[in-house]
Design a protein around this ligand. Structure first.
Ligand code: SF4
Ligand code: SF4
Length: 337
């Protein structure tokens, strides 16, 4: 396991971070074993969020007795001062700790939401006050619009950003990562498998590892998964492999979807999942979870072609800030059944 100073935050953190989002879906004893195994094997960064069901409580229950062994990052998706303040205090209680190392303003994708969080009575003030009170050490932000995040960090109000970076979503490399490097900000990449789609797993993990980020958050729910993640990061990425991975990412990211989630479909088609997995599915095939996704949503995906209200103008495409041709991607996916 590699350890690096975490940008301007300075703490030494492990390159692999434990993503605790899915722990609420497994038995508590499995979560306990997995978290403790991760700490025993060198992972020192734990990432969760108030919004991840009872993930914070699981962390409090399973590893709070080892609190000095990990850097603890959580998030609030509240935008106003009062509810964010309440939620920060709740996170402390749930995780059985006196201090959160990193509190991130969670899932900021729209300009109006950013403005609301940064206003006088916004969530950012609650985070600042918690910092002044010693309850929070650093403040960060997370989101799915890399070019907006690159603008929002201009006033140096944040020490860290959490963003997507994987073989099918290399977009943070354009503006966001270079801007963060210039500002010596802590850089955390999430979803190396894009939620269970991208294979092979070792390449998927090694791609963000080959880039200038401090921590790669990978969601893990079993000892086996922790072992697999650690193994993928055992060797450094040499130049030739880095170029190979970058070429793959250029190809697999051709769909251009940032997963901003602005779009929605009246038929309930999870458009970003189809978009992001589209080229991977065609070029490399998907992980079992990805195949399961296509099986589960087959009826909806195949119904897109006959959906009358979208015949003239696809409803989803009207709102995409990147003007992407989602209808044709969905219909191409349907054709492969
Ligand atoms: S074009 Fe297809 S995916 Fe888009 S909103 Fe219409 S039915 Fe849904
Ligand atoms: S298709 Fe467009 S609107 Fe939908 S998530 Fe992707 S980038 Fe956002």
């Amino acid at each position: 396991m590699k350890y690096r100073p975490f940008g301007k935050i300075g703490d030494s953190v492990s390159s692999l971070g434990f993503g605790a989002m899915n722990l609420p879906g497994v038995p508590l004893e499995q979560a306990r074993e997995t978290l403790n195994y991760a700490l025993d094997h060198g992972i020192t960064y734990i990432d969760t969020a108030a919004a991840y069901r009872n993930s914070e409580e699981i962390i409090g229950e399973c590893i709070s007795h080892r609190r000095n062994e990990y850097f603890l990052a959580t998030k609030t998706n509240k935008r106003d001062y009062a509810t964010a303040k309440e939620e920060i205090d709740r996170s402390l209680t749930r995780m059985k700790t006196d201090v959160i190392d990193l509190l991130q303003i969670h899932y900021v994708n729209y300009v109006h939401e950013f403005k609301a969080a940064m206003e006088e009575d916004g969530a950012y003030r609650a985070a600042l006050e918690a910092k002044e009170a010693g309850k929070v050490r650093h403040i960060g932000i997370t989101g799915h619009r890399p070019e907006l995040l690159a603008m929002w960090i201009q006033k140096d109000q944040f020490d860290q950003v959490l963003f997507h970076l994987n073989l099918a979503q290399p977009f943070a490399l354009n503006e966001l990562i270079p801007e963060m490097v210039r500002r010596n900000m802590a850089r955390v990449a999430m979803k190396p498998l894009s939620g269970g789609f991208i294979r092979p797993v070792d390449k998927a993990i090694r791609y963000p590892y080959s880039q200038d980020v401090h921590v790669i958050i990978s969601g893990m729910v079993s000892v086996e998964e922790v072992k697999q993640n650690i193994a993928a990061m055992e060797r450094e990425v040499e130049e030739a492999e880095r170029r190979e991975l970058e070429n793959m990412a250029q190809k697999l990211g051709e769909h251009n979807c940032r997963r901003c989630n602005y779009c929605s479909c009246p038929l309930g088609i999870p458009i970003p999942d189809v978009m992001i997995s589209s080229v991977v599915r065609q070029e490399l095939g998907l992980l079992a979870k990805g195949d399961g996704f296509y099986e589960k949503h087959k009826d909806k995906i195949t119904a897109c072609a006959d959906y009358e209200p979208c015949k003239e103008t696809p409803l989803c495409q009207k709102v995409c800030p990147y003007h992407l041709p989602m209808q044709s991607v969905i219909q191409a996916a349907a054709a492969s059944y």
